[in-house]
Design a protein around this ligand. Structure first.
Ligand code: ADP
Ligand code: MG
Length: 243
């Protein structure tokens, strides 16, 4: 089976600081891959490159057979195929939940207002937030807001989901509901590339854990092998620091 996402030789520098030093990584359809690594190792930059928020300096990004790193590609068209959720959910405070969920779908991805609203409401209902559709974000808990941000990313039926530390701004008691939602997306067959510092969650949900250090992949393995039998000294040190 060919990969849904193929990253080949991805390089990215900011000035003379090389942040991604040649990343090769493939994701199969329905695969969940956890990106782990110390702060500054390049996880967010890699996700931003995949979503074309950063232009790569070298390499290739292929999504379902399409070279999306080709400079002629229209970024907005690619972004409707990739759902993204960041650490800070960034809901617009002056828009209702349903308008937050449908705004980009309507204006960037050209869904009709009715289609977007119908789809958005169905998704909100599925996660138990249907009754909040007309509320403003500040009436919701952080966990509910982050789940709304996930729903927003799902409205366009993305082929790939990118999740960047989506629980790290949440109070500990709100983390569980967000992780439950990610778990159910996996069960529904989503393909997910997620940066996370929730090692327990990575172990439980990811099909594969990829350890990034200094902008390079040092080691990758199935979760149990990764956490129980790390092969590289740098991985062992990283994991030891977490204990
Ligand atoms: P992580 O998500 O693993 O913590 P990042 O991808 O955010 O790592 O950052 C990797 C490195 O790239 C850091 O040293 C960071 O300071 C640097 N970096 C990220 N974005 C920029 C930017 N826009 N300009 C300059 N340096 C940046
Ligand atoms: Mg980051």
């Amino acid at each position: 089976m060919s990969a849904l996402l193929e990253l080949t030789g991805i390089r990215k520098s900011f000035g003379d600081h090389e942040v991604l030093a040649g990343i090769d990584l493939d994701l199969a359809e329905h695969e969940v891959v956890a990106l782990v690594g110390a702060s500054g190792s390049g996880k967010s930059t890699l996700l931003r490159c995949v979503n074309l928020l950063e232009r790569i300096d070298d390499g290739r990004i292929v999504l379902a057979g399409d070279d999306i790193s080709d400079p002629r590609v229209v970024a907005d068209r690619v972004r409707s195929r990739i759902g993204v959720v960041f650490q800070h959910y960034n809901l617009f405070p002056h828009l209702s939940v349903i308008d937050n969920v449908t705004l980009a779908a309507r204006h960037v991805h050209r869904m009709s207002k009715t289609d977007a609203a119908e789809k958005g409401l169905a998704l909100l209902e599925r996660i138990g937030l249907g009754s909040k559709a007309k509320e403003y974000p500040d009436r919701l808990s952080g966990g509910q807001q982050q789940r709304v941000a996930i729903v927003r990313a799902l409205v366009t039926d993305p082929e790939l989901l990118l999740l960047d530390e989506i629980t790290s701004a949440l109070d500990p008691e709100l983390v569980g509901e967000v992780l439950d939602l990610v778990r159910s997306l996996k069960e529904q067959g989503a393909t997910i590339l997620m940066a996370t510092h929730e090692m327990g969650f990575a172990r439980e949900v990811a099909d594969r854990v990829v350890f990034l250090d200094g902008g390079a992949i040092v080691e990758q393995a199935a979760p149990d092998a990764f956490f129980d039998r790390p092969q590289q000294e740098r991985t062992q040190r990283f994991l030891a620091r977490l204990r």
